[in-house]
Design a protein around this ligand. Structure first.
Ligand SMILES: [Fe+2]
Length: 379
């Protein structure tokens, strides 16, 4: 457009400004021909400048007595560079300005040049307004994304606090929900899930046991097995938790089903609904695995904790019947990364890691062997 204007008006130098109202400012969008023009060039405008530019019927020739009428000299470019300006208006409002510099041989802009400029100005005005609108829109979108990110940060902190509150009932489950959140996140990341799905997994991990707030505290301290009545109360934490979170509008819609189904198993032997693995979403299977992994590697009143190595062996023994093979494999990947020290923030607490990278590789080979039903493939 600027090239067309330069040709039509016979100019050697020209600049196209867009106008923004808050603050009242002309900002260059493009310039041609000027030897030294800051990029972007900007000229703040006083209300009287905006008024005269808006009131101008068409292109205006500038001279030493009119510079100050239309432009301020408070910007990073001197108004004296411009010999002619054409205010760009859309529905009577200032959208921008085309400013022409010198002509070849410093000739004056004549009537026909001003007419051509006025004609083109109408089209340029619409284009510049579109440009400004899309920039404003892009700015708003990025502001909204920033707000959303801070909202997610707030959610994370609130859910972490919740996770700690869920686990206060007994010393043996302290930190359980936070760890399940961390393990679920790690598994999702190793599976290449996108950031939002990973956040969903972490939050679901934090909240998966929220129903335990309704379970009698004595059940967590009982050194022997639970009787049938107590077992039912304990198992009900899935349904109670589901009732609690179903009424909350989370940014992640899978949270209620994860809370309800995190004790379901692939072969239908889990609770509360006895559904099978292929009926549950992957996110549910991931949190279920993370939960089982943390339960087995933590001490309970009725048993010692298992080592990470024996826990993984046991989980592999139960895969794919009870646990999801991809999720177990992803967990192995993260534990191997811990073992070689390549995770910036380790997934496992330091005193838990008792496996070498080779140990993890052997477990992965066992899992692979099991999934291929003992067949080996040569490539
Ligand atoms: Fe649970």
């Amino acid at each position: 457009m600027l090239t067309a204007i330069i040709e039509a008006a016979g100019a050697r130098e020209a600049v196209l400004f867009s106008f923004g109202e808050r603050p009242s400012l002309l900002t260059s969008v493009d310039a041609q021909g000027f030897a030294l023009l800051p990029e972007p060039a900007s000229i703040p405008l006083l209300p009287r400048h905006v008024h005269t530019l808006t009131a101008a019927a068409g292109p205006v020739l500038l001279n030493s007595s009119t510079y100050d009428v239309f432009l301020s000299s408070n910007g990073n470019v001197a108004p004296e560079l411009f010999k002619c300006i054409c205010p760009l208006k859309v529905r009577g409002k200032l959208a921008g300005v085309v400013a022409l510099g010198r002509r070849p041989g410093d000739a004056v802009y004549e009537e026909d040049a001003l007419d051509a400029l006025q004609l083109l100005g109408n089209y340029v005005a619409l284009a510049i307004q579109n440009h400004t609108l899309s920039q404003t829109l892009a700015q708003r979108v990025s502001e909204n994304l920033r707000l959303l990110a801070s909202l997610h940060g707030f959610y994370d902190n609130a859910l972490e606090a919740f996770a700690s509150a869920i686990d206060v009932k007994h010393v043996n489950i302290h930190g359980h929900s936070l760890r399940v959140g961390r393990y679920s996140q790690a598994i999702g990341e190793a599976l290449g899930m996108d950031a939002n799905d990973v956040s969903s997994l972490r939050s679901a991990g934090y909240l998966h046991d929220i129903g335990k707030v309704a379970v009698d505290r004595r059940l967590f301290e009982k050194p022997s097995s639970l009787d049938p009545q107590e077992l039912r109360e304990m198992k009900d934490h899935t349904v109670v938790g589901h009732q609690i979170v179903s009424h909350v509008q989370f940014p992640w819609p899978q949270i209620p089903e994860i809370v309800r189904w995190h004790h379901e198993r692939g072969d239908g032997s889990g609770y509360p609904d006895g559904i099978r693995g292929d009926e549950t979403p992957l996110a549910v299977r991931i949190v279920g695995l993370a939960d089982a992994f943390d339960a087995m590697t933590s001490e309970r009143p009725y048993r010692e904790r298992l080592t990470v190595g024996s826990t993984l062996q046991e989980l592999i023994r139960l895969t794919p019947q009870k646990f999801d093979a991809d999720a177990v494999h992803a967990l192995l990947i993260q534990i191997r990364r811990d073992a070689v020290g390549s995770n910036p923030i380790p997934v496992l607490e330091p005193d838990l890691l008792d496996l070498s990278p080779t140990g993890v590789d052997e477990l992965a080979a066992t899992l692979q062997h099991k999934l291929s039903h003992g067949r080996t493939y040569l490539t």
